[in-house]
Write a protein that binds this ligand. Structure first.
Ligand code: DC
Length: 227
């Protein structure tokens, strides 16, 4: 019998897109841990640029200035192990701004930065470079539609606005999710939308164990070695 080894040569990318607070991070990490894949948080990469612009006094509403900053900043991708999970970090001048990218100021600036086409081109290139680290679970808004449209593993997570707002509030974050969703889905460049062929999971009434269990069952059924 001929073994299917294609996936060993071409890393597998699990694309997990969806609205804010739909459980992308929690479930992507659970799936990556279970499969031994590398976890990539693309939102963190956009947040890193927003933080960098704020730090350098670049006006985030000035698309040209942000695109220039993005063209020039000194970054590196690296893969680190954290709590038994391999994670990709985007370093700026050798530094990973872990806490700084989660402040309300960065959260308010990020969707402006993420709407700029030149920034999205730069991010797509960097995100595709992550396959140098192996099989990936990549979460974001445009992974299945734009960054890795060729992948066979596309998922779209969602939950009701009330449930998502309650989740953010439980994390101590008071954020206007409806406004952020609107900005993410209405921008001209790679807006948030359901990729063709993506499996949609509305997890309003589900625990993360149930959501990640469903994701894993779907993925395992499609993996080459399972056939
Ligand atoms: O997932 P998050 O909240 O950390 O994302 C931060 C912002 O970045 C959010 O407004 C959407 C944007 N984003 C994006 O446009 N494309 C991605 N692939 C990931 C995030």
């Amino acid at each position: 019998m001929k073994l299917k080894t294609e996936h060993l040569k071409h890393p597998i990318v699990i694309a997990i897109d969806g609205t804010s607070a739909s459980g992308k991070s929690t479930n992507s990490k659970l799936v990556a841990k279970a499969l031994g894949y590398v976890y990539v948080d693309t939102g963190a990469m956009y947040r890193t640029l927003a933080w960098y612009c704020l730090k350098k006094n670049v006006d985030v509403n000035d698309a040209k200035a942000v695109a220039n900053a993005c063209r020039r900043w000194k970054t590196d991708l690296c893969c680190v192990e954290k709590n038994h999970l391999r994670v990709v970090h985007l370093l700026v001048d050798g530094y990973f701004p872990e806490k700084e990218i989660r402040t309300p100021e960065t959260a308010a600036a990020v969707s402006h930065v993420a709407a700029i086409p030149k920034v999205r081109d730069w991010m797509k290139k960097k995100q595709r470079e992550c396959i140098q680290f192996g099989n990936l679970v990549m979460e974001g808004r445009d992974i299945g539609t734009n960054v890795f449209p060729e992948t066979d593993y596309k998922f779209y997570l969602d939950a009701t606005l009330a449930e998502r707002s309650a989740r953010r509030a439980a994390d101590g974050v008071n954020e206007n999710l409806a406004a952020r969703d609107q900005r993410d889905s209405q921008r001209a460049s790679a807006p948030l939308m359901i990729a063709l062929g993506a499996k949609v999971i509305n997890n309003s009434d589900m625990t993360s164990e149930q959501t990640s269990g469903l994701l894993l069952a779907e993925i395992r059924a499609r993996l080459p070695q399972a056939k």
